[in-house]
Design a protein around this ligand. Structure first.
Ligand code: ACM
Length: 726
């Protein structure tokens, strides 16, 4: 390839479009034809394309530090171009695919020549040209070169593997935001280092560049801290909730088998080093002063006196447990952070700071005493003190603190970053106070929400969030006013309470994260849902090729209305029924069987109640049901008073079917007795239907359970209507 950096610097518009061999521009290419995600800033066709030979050389232009990434992309390109792709380390050799690091000024010139207003910094920007001589990728930094290669990989994927010509093309591209992130919760459920490295690979291929690693929570402490080995050694393990895990005795200990593990410091360094090769920054999160139960279980002296923690809990929600105010606890946290900053070289440390309950402090004389000593006047300020004090510590170690939007209550220097999760209000307030901010609002960017109510979809938080819901999120809301520049970007959060396996973590993330990637990279003027939806099938095929079990059902992708079974079918799965209410809706997985497939059920845990609208009633004789029982393992505070418990007559409880609405007469009832000892789904004996003759051809049926308490939660697996023989 005959491109010289100097040449690029010295020529203007003509050079821009004539690059590299003087050929003319063809019609502007619709970006959909390339199926690129995120969508590039500018894409134009060139008349002549490139005819690749059987062997392709990527010349990395002497940028040795990019060799590893280039080798990886060479393998990927090789896999779907059917060609041998090799990386040449020598800057002089030339190649079919040429990478060149150029000056920011050169990049600005190229963008200006393309009619684009170039940014002051050309961070992560690249240009990519395909013509008869081959491919040239130019950038002012390594991430830019890397992103150019990821674009090439995506582009070639859209072509037939045997394509004899790669279409002539010029792309100019740069990101809208510097923070394009995903958060992975490795505390609630843990993923292997191998999986996390793949997760980083998939992120990088979509130009996502921030990996927020949620490493500590009530249910686990997952990072090895050398000075406090019990943190991970004890705090990393728990007995999962439910009858089945409780009965699963580990012969080695004679006690229930533990779920868990932790990341050694070497493993975390391996993740950091892999991330670096993918141009991703790792942001570790150590959540203080709440979400601390696992740490307190490991070192009880960290907790508030009188609130001992016997074991690492296996329930979800907001716990009362908080760190105490002792000086020794701050020394402990600073020791922990000292190790954290050694492992994670990136500029940010996330201190959590969310969902702190002040009750234990309020009831503690010793905390009051310490508050007086420290000059803290109220309980809210106790929480603030944590963040302020640790922020100073991290500042002194050259780190920038980021926290959930509750940290806004603290008195923090402007360089602290606020992650807005309770809607976008936190971002607006943060920016008004001069803080940089990252938008990751629930529920839209919470990837633990289900993507569809299809019966075979995996568990998650209720409330469907589709790819389109995410795509239509506005990362620069009007109300930011003048402070738009303080938005660093956005982030999707994959909480894993209900995401037990790695394949489900992949499924919940993809393809929704492609929408996050585009929101983060492509400016609003360059985004269009219909165009994106047209590119999505190729994006999903690429993910599939990478081995990502992405959600691929049309409902998730295009938000078609759920095709509920015909009203005259006689069987419905739980997700084909309507929930009676929407208080705390979850798609929950059964705790049994321990091995193999488990059922999952859509339920409002505050009101387990389902409605079959317009059920066919003619000749209805009996109702058959398969039901499951789930542990009530939810810390929901006062809201537990609102859980609907319909009293059982006698010891077992029953499934009740009412006619019309949920206040109607009971027309069928069957005991749960046969299901009590089976922690997995059980088919109950048929419930005989007692109908008045005027019941009509169809009617609504309401299904509830009578029971003796909130635990377990009885749930519908499926319902069948049995008709009398004609
Ligand atoms: C959060 O979802 N508690 C940040």
């Amino acid at each position: 390839m005959k491109v010289s950096v100097n040449g690029l610097l010295s020529c203007g518009l003509a050079c821009m479009f004539l690059l590299p061999t003087g050929q003319a521009l063809a019609e502007s290419a619709p970006s959909t034809g390339l199926s690129l995600v995120p969508r590039p800033l500018l894409a134009q066709s060139l008349v002549d394309g490139f005819r690749p030979g059987p062997r392709l050389v990527i010349d990395i232009g002497g940028v040795e530090s990019i060799a590893d990434s280039a080798n990886w992309l060479a393998e990927l390109i090789s896999a779907h171009s059917g060609r041998d792709v090799v990386v040449s380390p020598s800057p002089k050799q030339g190649g079919d695919i040429q990478l060149l690091l150029v000056s920011e000024e050169a990049m600005r010139d190229r963008f200006a020549a393309g009619g684009l207003a170039p940014a002051e910094k050309m961070t992560e920007a690249y240009s990519l040209a395909v013509d008869s001589d081959g491919v040239v990728i130019l950038a002012a930094d390594e991430p830019g070169l890397f992103y150019g290669m990821t674009t090439l990989w995506q582009m070639l994927f859209a072509l037939n593997a045997e394509a004899s010509e790669w279409p002539g093309l010029l792309l100019l591209d740069a990101p809208e935001f510097s923070w394009r992130g995903l958060m992975l919760d490795s505390a609630r459920h843990m993923q292997s280092v191998e999986f996390i490295k793949q997760y980083l690979d998939w992120m990088s291929l979509h130009k996502l560049n921030m990996f927020h690693w949620h490493l500590t929570d009530d249910q686990a402490w997952r990072l090895e801290i050398k000075k406090y080995p019990r943190l991970a050694g004890i705090g990393g393990y728990r007995v999962p909730a439910g009858e089945a895990p409780r009965a699963d005795i580990d012969p080695a200990t004679g006690k229930p088998r533990l779920y868990g593990g932790y990341y050694t410091q070497d493993q975390m360094r391996e993740v950091v080093s892999h991330a670096k090769r993918r141009y991703i920054t790792v942001v570790p999160e150590i959540d203080v002063p709440g979400h601390a139960t696992a740490a307190i279980a490991a070192y009880p002296e960290l907790g508030v006196t009188g609130h001992g923690v016997q074991r690492v809990p296996a329930s979800w929600g907001i716990f009362d447990n908080v760190f105490n105010l002792e000086e020794t606890t701050f020394e402990f946290l600073e020791d922990v952070l000292s190790e954290v900053v050694e492992i994670f070289p990136g500029p940010f440390v996330h201190l959590g700071g969310d969902e702190v309950e002040t009750g234990q402090w309020a009831g503690s004389d010793r905390t009051r005493e310490r508050m007086t000593e420290l000059g803290i006047n109220d309980l809210q300020s106790v929480q603030n003190y944590y963040v302020e004090r640790l922020q100073k510590f991290l500042d002194a170690h050259g780190k920038r603190v980021i926290g959930w939007d509750e940290i806004l209550q603290s008195d923090l220097p402007p360089h602290s970053v606020v992650m807005s999760w309770r809607g976008v209000e936190g971002a607006i307030e943060a920016a008004a106070k001069g803080h940089a901010t990252v938008l990751s609002p629930a529920p839209t960017l919470y990837l633990d929400h289900i993507q569809t109510t299809a019966a075979d979809a995996p568990p998650g938080r209720g409330g469907v969030i589709t790819v389109r819901d995410i795509y239509e999120f506005d990362p620069l809301p009007e109300s930011l006013g003048e402070n738009r520049d303080l938005v660093l970007g956005l982030q999707g959060n994959l909480w894993t309470e209900h995401v037990r396996t790695e394949s489900r973590a992949a499924y919940m993330t993809w393809p929704r994260a492609t929408a996050i990637a585009e929101l983060g990279w492509s400016a609003a003027a360059n985004r269009d849902w219909d165009d994106f939806a047209g590119r999505l099938p190729d994006a999903v095929r690429r993910l599939d090729r990478l081995g990502v079990a992405a959600a691929d059902d049309d409902q998730a992708l295009y938000r078609r209305p759920l095709a509920v079974a015909e009203s005259y079918s006689f069987r419905r799965e739980d997700r084909e029924l309507e929930l009676c209410s929407q208080s705390i809706v979850l798609a929950l997985e059964d705790d049994a069987p321990l091995e193999g497939e488990r059922e999952s059920y859509l339920v409002d845990i505050q009101n387990p109640c389902w409605i079959w609208r317009n059920a066919p009633m003619t000749s209805l004789r009996a109702i058959r049901a398969s039901v499951g029982q789930l542990p009530f393992n939810f810390e929901i505070g006062e809201a537990i008073q609102n859980v609907v418990v319909e009293a059982a007559e006698g010891e077992y409880g029953s499934l009740r079917v009412r006619l019309g609405n949920c206040d109607g007469p009971v027309i069928a009832e069957t005991s749960l007795a046969t299901a009590l000892d089976n922690p997995a789904a059980t088919v109950l004996p048929p419930a005989e239907v007692k109908l008045t003759p005027d019941a009509g051809a169809s009617a609504d049926l309401c299904f509830t359970f009578s029971r003796n308490g909130v635990d377990p939660i009885w749930v519908i697996d499926w319902i069948e209507l049995e008709r009398a023989a004609p």
